[in-house]
Design a protein around this ligand. Sequence first.
Ligand code: HEC
Length: 256
Amino acid sequence: MDDADASAKLGLASLMNLTQISVSLRVLFTGFLAVVGVGLLMAGLQLLLTHGMADGRLGLSVEDVVYSYHGDRGGSVLEAKLKGSMKDKAPTQVRADIVEWVQKGSSEAAWDASIQGQFNEHCVRCHGGIAGLPAFTSYAEVRPYAEIDEGATIDSLARVSHIHLFGIGFIFFFVSGIFSLSVGLPGWLKAGAIGVPFLFLVLDIGAWWLTKWSPGFAWVTILGGAGYQLTGAFMILTSLQQMWLKAPTDEDAWSR
Ligand code: HEC
């Protein structure tokens, strides 16, 4: 192989690599990677606190994903919540009364006669007072939550999917782009780490839709999400290590 062949195969890292770049570029890349790294952690935290709590227990499980996307087709959101995260909001008897009301078809007559009183006493101080929570002050407001829970709506899935694909695609273009300037890693590892987040992103989002349709796909969602979080962490840490621990910070690096 002559020199021309060799350099043609080197890619961008032959022109510029993480152990050679100037301090100002290192600061730019580090700032971006740090912000994205914290963003990934926050995304993980939010996932734990929202979807993670869907079954009423902290920690993301297959059941959480099923609850969120497929719903609990055996019952309503109201029942699921009263057995889950709203369990401590009312005494057992009150919760049993509400569940019974739901299972008997959630009639307006029974609402007027007794159920509304229970809601007023135990639920309305949050559900009626706190912005962002559904208000439960009237029959019309409560009724939708007493219907069979079908999980995420197509509408909300479409919205969240495109935001995720654009947003995360964009972020990984730059994280992977910076990482592609690393040196000394086996070619398969480098190419693999760059490709995997895009693959897993598509897998993750595809799995939301599949889980909506059938709960059997919930684990693919977890695999996909964990996949791009882990690969992201690997690329961010490797890039930071090469920029700051492998690169000489001499006079030259400051002046470039
Ligand atoms: C201390 C405040 C508080 C009280 C009291 C409370 N809730 Fe909630 N509720 C919340 C919060 C916060 C959420 C959102 C987080 C969640 O889903 O766990 C929520 C969510 C819900 C949801 C899901 C809403 C959705 O958009 O899917 C239902 C249903 C619900 N609560 C029912 C009840 C019922 C019934 C009671 C009364 C027995 C009650 N809650 C009392 C704070 C409260």
